[in-house]
Design a protein around this ligand. Structure first.
Ligand code: SF4
Length: 476
């Protein structure tokens, strides 16, 4: 008997009763009995049944997991569901469009929107950590039994998002973007020290390929369960023919003693043999490409990359991946967008050479690490870097990253663009929503941020979030 066990179960449909049965059997096989304050953490980085149908943990998986939890648990104080979706969108909006509120109500569980509650510092002590403390919502620090419910997806920043990466959603907006750059993989490893899940059930019924916000569906037909994030992520890597060594955050987390990443140390059980899964996923698609290669044949976007900070040869955790996600969102709204968009050059990093722009080509200088000096359309331009190293960034003094402030800032930047042939977008990271704003202004294409299926619902959720946050502040 090996210490770590991971179960791969067949499940081809989003049937809550079937999922409940599978999860309950998984809990029993693993000897799991949830207790005390039980918190279920799904992945709703973004959710909308029409626009982003494959990006999030489905409500049927949550429903089945809640049902199995209630049937298996003992000495329960509270059962809750908590998450912070992708920043710039209130979690309320994503929960609503994921269909969670009715499921949560059905099971009489509590909801924690992590963007509406107070975050508290948690001290880190593990050797190799990036920071000495991180800020985490109080409900996460107070839970006795965390159940992690990730979505099985590939990811342009980290190759795959599974159990470990799902922890990015336990931080609020003020703290989430700290180190969400060249240090993203180390940040994910840091977050594991705060709390480890005692049970994991991954929604791999329909997995996501390539992008994380607009993934292409892949009918994997599996629920993957375990009690250790490293072991579960290692098995999931093998399921899609990825060497676990290629997941840097998995290597870092395993090196810090949180679990194995060698298949010989993990017992793999269930009714879906790994070899059969591997055969099925031989064409599972990823997007782990530098943007200069990725956009080399694009009709409108081209990229000039310079030197990245701290001797890195690329920034996998920040602006480049956000640009890829943003362009996929445009394409999701309008498949012909590449033909309609005016030319935009995206410049990232310390660039010391001429940009050799074509006639009328505009420029997006993206991110705090970017610098360049030269002439654009006859006018002198000097872009200076204001990148801060990890020691210069104080995690106790962070920007709010409030949705309204961010949107107003990027809106006015675009509005007053006038004849100016460039935008200098400041921040580290420039998030996906900001990339969408800037590219729509520069490329003169319709801005999906203002799509009527999103904008009104987001505005209402934002107002409710502000009221609830205020109420939570005065109560605490
Ligand atoms: S500014 Fe952007 S590209 Fe540069 S280090 Fe920060 S996140 Fe990475």
């Amino acid at each position: 008997m090996l210490e770590h066990k991971v179960i791969i179960r067949r499940c081809n449909e989003y049937d809550p009763d079937l999922i409940s049965k599978i999860v309950k059997e998984g809990m029993e096989e693993l000897g799991v009995k949830p207790f005390g304050n039980i918190l279920l953490k799904p992945n709703t980085v973004i959710a909308h049944p029409e626009i982003f149908p494959y990006a999030f943990t489905r409500k049927e998986l949550l429903d089945g997991a809640l049902d199995a939890t209630k049937k298996t648990s003992e000495n329960v104080k509270e059962i809750s569901v908590g998450e912070r979706c992708g920043i710039t969108i209130p979690t309320r909006f994503c929960f609503k469009h994921a269909g969670y509120p009715e499921v949560i109500k059905k099971h009489k569980a509590k909801t924690y929107y992590f963007d509406e509650e107070k975050s508290v510092p948690v001290k880190l002590t593990k050797e190799g950590r990036l920071r000495d403390r991180v800020f985490i919502p109080k409900s996460v620090t107070q839970c006795d039994f965390l159940i992690n419910l990730p979505k099985f997806k590939s990811h342009p920043w980290t190759r795959l998002t599974l159990s470990l990466k799902n922890f990015i959603g336990i931080q609020d907006d003020r703290h989430r973007l700290v180190d969400h750059n060249i240090h993203l993989e180390e940040k994910i490893a840091d977050l594991q020290e705060v709390v480890q899940p005692k049970f994991i059930a991954i929604d791999g019924i329909i997995a996501g390929q390539k992008m994380m916000l607009t993934p292409e569906p892949f009918p994997l037909g599996a629920i993957i369960m375990g009690t250790n994030s490293c072991a579960v992520d290692t098995v999931c890597c093998h399921m899609v023919n990825v060497d676990p060594q290629d997941l840097k955050h998995l290597c870092l987390t395993s090196q810090r003693g949180f679990g194995p990443m060698n298949l010989d140390e993990i017992e793999v059980s269930g009714d879906y043999p790994l070899a059969e899964v591997q055969k099925k996923t031989k064409d599972f698609a990823f997007c782990m490409e530098r943007i200069d290669d990725y956009f080399k044949d694009h009709k409108a976007i081209s990229c000039t990359l310079g030197k990245f900070p701290e001797g890195r040869d690329y920034c996998w955790g920040g602006c480049p991946g956000a640009l890829q996600e943003a362009m996929h969102i445009f394409k999701g709204f309008d498949p012909e967008v590449e033909d309609k968009m005016e030319k935009v050059r995206v410049v990232i990093g310390k660039v010391d050479k001429p940009l050799n722009l074509t006639k009328g080509e505009k420029v997006l200088f993206a991110g705090d690490c970017t610098s360049w000096e030269g002439e654009i359309q006859g006018r002198k331009v000097k872009i200076e870097s204001n990148f801060k190293t990890k020691t210069e960034v104080n995690e106790c003094k962070t920007k709010s990253n409030d949705m309204l402030k961010k949107n107003i800032g990027s809106f006015f930047k675009g509005l007053f663009l006038g004849k100016k042939p460039f935008i200098h977008a400041k921040g580290c990271t420039i998030c996906v929503a900001d990339h969408v704003h800037y590219l729509s202004f520069l490329g003169k294409i319709k801005n999906p941020n203002y799509d009527k299926r999103l904008v009104f619902g987001i505005a209402i959720s934002y107002l409710r979030m502000i009221v609830s946050r205020f109420w939570n502040t005065i109560r605490s």
